[in-house]
Ligand binder design. Structure first.
Ligand SMILES: [Zn+2]
Length: 304
């Protein structure tokens, strides 16, 4: 049987919140089987909990935010993509602020944190959402879809006419039965135009954003001294965001994701559209590990 997974021992890190600029402590703790991914606001009295669930998404402006009973945690998507990559089903995530720390703007520091703890197998079967029928949402000229596929693959088309973006690939497709999220995608950082950041900071937003945690671009150049981590880092970051946003479904998808100009809002709309159409998907679990190993290498416990 392919089993649910949590981490072995608590692990902590400190970073800054990209929007507030505040220092944030993040601690990952093991959670019992069938708990799901649960955020805990450790800075608030009674330590309120917020379940990672597509129906708890309360804002998709600049980042994905979750709210439950009026309590919010934002910037969850990069951490969620790391949890998907590590195959973590159950986890308590304590955070000392309204936002998950941005770290270096990618998912790699979170994968490193999970590896420090190690993976613990649990007794309950791991469940997957298997796509049976294509689902597509369109918002303006943005599109996102989920299609039947034996495994998990994701593709993205980045549409933005700009001197810098035009020099790099704007399409990526990765079949995660063959390629590793950790090596091919997880290091892709968030990115943006310096003039947009100046404008956001003048409105007291993105106060923690810097070249330490994003790829910055002016009219003609990448501003980071060491350039890009992947030639297609921009489009790969969009894939990273989509994987994290879709993992708010609470289960890994067996199917294919396709995004065209889509973002956090489209990703959430797509996940909600899927849940609203029960004949388009089914829950599956696997009795024998070899079958699941063919479905995705990311289901393998991470090496310590
Ligand atoms: Zn992102």
């Amino acid at each position: 049987m392919l089993q649910q997974q949590t981490i072995r021992t608590p692990v902590s890190t400190i970073g800054i919140g990209v929007h507030t600029g505040d220092k944030v402590q993040l601690t990952l703790n093991p959670a019992p089987q069938n708990t799901g991914i649960v955020f805990i606001r450790s800075d608030l009295t009674h330590r309120p909990q917020i379940l990672a669930d597509v129906n708890n998404v309360s804002s998709t402006m600049l980042a994905t935010s979750l709210s439950e009973n009026g309590i919010t945690v934002s910037c969850v998507e990069h951490l969620m993509s790391a949890l998907w990559s590590a195959g973590i089903d159950n986890l308590y995530i304590e955070v000392s602020s309204e936002e998950i720390p941005i770290m270096d703007g990618s998912a790699a520091p979170f994968i490193y944190l999970i590896k420090q703890s190690g993976i613990a197998l649990q007794n309950a079967p791991k469940q997957f959402i298997k796509i049976k029928k294509a689902i597509e949402i369109c918002t303006g000229d943005a599109r996102a879809s989920l299609l039947p596929f034996e495994g998990f693959k994701a593709s993205y088309t980045f549409v933005y006419d700009h001197h810098v973006y035009n020099r790099y690939p704007k399409f990526a497709e990765i079949d995660f039965t063959k390629a590793s999220f950790e090596s091919e995608v997880s290091r892709a950082r968030t990115f943006g135009l310096a003039r947009d950041l100046d404008q956001a900071q003048s409105m007291n937003k993105c106060l923690g954003s810097s070249l330490e945690n994003a790829v910055g671009i002016d009219d003609y150049n990448i501003l980071n001294k060491n350039g890009l981590r992947y030639e297609d880092e921009f489009v790969k970051h969009k894939l990273l965001d989509a994987v994290g946003d879709l993992y708010l479904l609470g289960k890994s998808i067996i199917g294919a994701f396709e995004g065209y100009k889509s973002g956090h809002s489209s990703n959430n709309e797509l996940a909600r559209a899927l849940l609203a159409q029960p004949d388009a998907w089914t829950l599956v679990s696997y009795k024998h590990k070899p079958i699941a190993d063919q479905i995705s290498p990311v289901l393998q416990p991470l090496a310590a």
